[in-house]
Ligand binder design. Structure first.
Ligand SMILES: [Ca+2]
Ligand SMILES: [Ca+2]
Length: 279
């Protein structure tokens, strides 16, 4: 159908009015096909009431770290801590000031006056008092010691040659014999063949001998070959063996002699040697 010019003008005017007055209507209206025009629209309705508030939105992402705040005020002072361990002792301090002298003592009583009215002088020293009781003496022990000394004196005076070293006496008549005879002769005076226990005694012993003599000693290994003991079986505490001795030569040397130089040697017990006893 073809419109008249007047009709076309009226239609265009309506369309322009519609566009100007209700533009928002077009936001939700379907697009008018190109080449055609809208139809007659109704009048805009009254605005609706405001809706209810929407629900709270979701929590957003954490924001960037804020700047460091100002330092807070100091807190109250805490309680005292536990007492620590004692420290090392300090050096002595300087001497303190000298104190004032103490008060004087009370005055003593006045002494009695002499007959002539003059103070008496100090008297002479009196005679010594009677002797006090004697210390207790063990008479039995004293008598025993006297008897021992008398016995030693009797023995010593029986021999021609004597030598004292410490509490020991070497006694000899320079008689010769085998070892068993030496043991018997010395036993008769309560002694044994000589046996030095130290270098001092060894030197004292040879001081009784001439350069050609050798004398019996108590040392022997008759019980156990190679183990030299005294007559009581006690292992020697001192010895002065000659170099290479004891060698038990030919397997028959179980007794001991000392030469003039004080050097010891194991020999046959049946050898003849001078007898020197010790008590
Ligand atoms: Ca031997
Ligand atoms: Ca020998």
């Amino acid at each position: 159908m073809e419109l008249l010019p007047t009709q076309q003008v009226a239609l265009l005017s309506l369309c322009a009015l519609y566009i100007l007055l209700v533009p928002h209507h077009f936001l939700h209206a379907e697009k008018v096909p190109e080449g055609s025009c809208c139809g007659y629209s109704g009048m805009p309705g009254t605005p609706g009431h405001n809706g209810l508030p929407g629900r709270d939105g979701n929590m957003g992402e954490a924001g960037p770290k804020g700047e460091k705040g100002d330092p807070g005020t100091s807190g109250a002072q805490g309680l005292h801590g536990k007492l620590g361990p004692a420290g090392p002792a300090g050096r002595p301090g300087p001497a303190g000031p000298r104190s004032m002298p103490g008060p004087s003592g009370e005055k003593g009583e006045k002494g009695s006056m002499g007959l002539d009215g003059i103070s008496g002088q100090k008297g002479d020293q009196g005679p010594p008092g009677p002797p006090g009781p004697l210390p207790a003496i063990d008479l039995v022990e004293l008598q025993s010691e006297l008897k021992a000394l008398r016995d030693v004196l009797n023995k010593v005076t029986q021999f021609t040659f004597t030598k004292r070293v410490g509490t020991k006496y070497f006694l000899s008549d320079k008689k010769s014999g085998v070892f068993e005879q030496a043991v018997a002769a010395c036993s008769a005076v309560g002694g044994v063949p000589a046996l030095p226990k130290s270098q001092e005694e060894n030197q004292a012993l040879i001081g009784m001998m001439s350069s050609s003599e050798h004398a019996w000693l108590s040392a022997n290994d008759r019980t156990a070959e190679g183990t030299f003991v005294d007559l009581q079986g006690t292992t020697l505490g001192f010895s002065n063996w000659k170099k290479g001795e004891p060698n038990n030569h030919k397997g028959v040397e179980d007794c001991t002699i000392t030469d003039f130089n004080g050097s010891w040697n194991d020999v046959n017990c049946d050898l003849s040697s001078i007898i020197i006893c010790e008590i």
